[in-house]
Design a protein around this ligand. Structure first.
Ligand code: ATP
Ligand code: MG
Length: 236
């Protein structure tokens, strides 16, 4: 469904992505792993058209999407949950969800989706009228996911959904990701530093290091890879 081939991205002269190739299949959960500053967010921003890939191709459903503005990428069916959630803090939970659907005009379907979100994310129903900025970090993560799903995407790209959350809430967030994938069939590209958690729900993963993919494989292969265990999984 999503296919990156030899993608190079620069910030000025800085070569941030040095030939990234990766794929996400229909309905699949794939994780993109790696430590700080290796290019995870840049990969996500390149897919979304927030930064422009200088070389290589980004295809979605067989169609070239690199070079498209972010709104067209969202229209094509890819919705982001950006780093640090980025909710509208002065808007209520309900209003944030409405904003997630701003590119859609199918009113009845939007209403039905809002009701579905209230079922998938109890916090959305309970805190409908609360200002998003006053929610806890974990609660905001739930609302950010619900808002992204209001775009009715077939692929959700999430940048470090576990960041800054307590271990218990991290588990909840990953359970919900799995649940949404199973119930709605939405494919997920999960950008994470928490490799253990990400690989516990992903089918496959890619490991980035200074702008290059150094390792890839099924979740089991990566979990059992000694190099991976030493560098990213905290196994002695
Ligand atoms: N707007 C920018 N201008 C210049 N350099 C940037 C810009 N954004 C990112 N970079 C650089 O590109 C490299 C990759 O950054 P990126 O944000 O993609 O890393 P990351 O893997 O998401 O890291 P983290 O886990 O800390 O979020 C870093 O060295 C960063 O300093
Ligand atoms: Mg990042």
């Amino acid at each position: 469904m999503l296919k990156l081939t030899d993608v190079h991205t620069y910030y000025g002269h800085f070569h941030a992505l040095k030939g990234i190739s990766l794929e996400v299949g229909d309905g699949e959960i794939v994780s993109l792993l790696g430590g700080n500053a290796c290019g995870k967010s840049t990969t996500m921003k390149s897919i979304l058209g927030m930064v422009k890939a200088k070389q290589g191709t980004i295809e979605y459903d067989g169609r070239q999407i690199s070079g498209l503005p972010p709104s067209d990428v969202v229209r094509a069916g890819i919705s982001p949950v950006l780093e640090r959630r980025r909710l509208f803090p002065e808007l209520t939970v309900e209003e944030n969800l409405t904003m997630g659907a701003y590119l859609r005009s199918d009113k009845a379907a939007i209403k039905a989706d809002a009701e579905k979100m209230a079922e998938l994310f109890p916090i959305v129903a309970e805190r409908r009228k609360q200002l998003a900025g006053s929610l806890s970090g974990g609660e905001q993560q739930m609302v950010a996911m619900a808002r992204a799903l209001m775009a009715s995407p077939r692929l959700l790209i999430m940048d470090e959904p576990s960041m800054g959350l307590s271990p218990k809430y991290v588990e909840t967030v990953f359970e919900v990701i799995q649940d949404v994938n199973a119930k709605e069939g939405v494919a997920m590209l999960l950008v994470e530093q928490n490799a253990n958690m990400a690989l516990s729900i992903a089918a496959r993963g890619y490991v980035l290091q200074t702008g290059e993919i150094v390792l890839s494989g099924s979740a089991d292969e990566l979990l059992n890879n000694p190099q991976m265990q030493k560098a990213y999984l905290g196994v002695a």
